[in-house]
Design a protein around this ligand. Sequence first.
Ligand SMILES: [Zn+2]
Length: 93
Amino acid sequence: MSLGKPGHGREPLANTTPDACTATRRQLSDYIEEELASLKRARVENHLRECLECTAMVNGLRNIRQLARQADLIEPPQGFSQRLRWLLTCLEQ
Ligand SMILES: [Zn+2]
């Protein structure tokens, strides 16, 4: 799904400067929670269209968020957190 504009020539990637990435990343969590005003949202989406790194970050955040939601919905089996803590303690050693 491309949005108009035939792809002739290269547009300058002003949208993917390190500053733009930093500004975008600061807004990513709001973006995936869909709390951004539409103007900011459009700006983030614009950046994501041109920046693979930030797109990958959004995908990662979405996955984590989904996992967190599932963890909320599903009652953990008895002793789950104890086992988890035990596992973490093992890993730290
Ligand atoms: Zn970026």
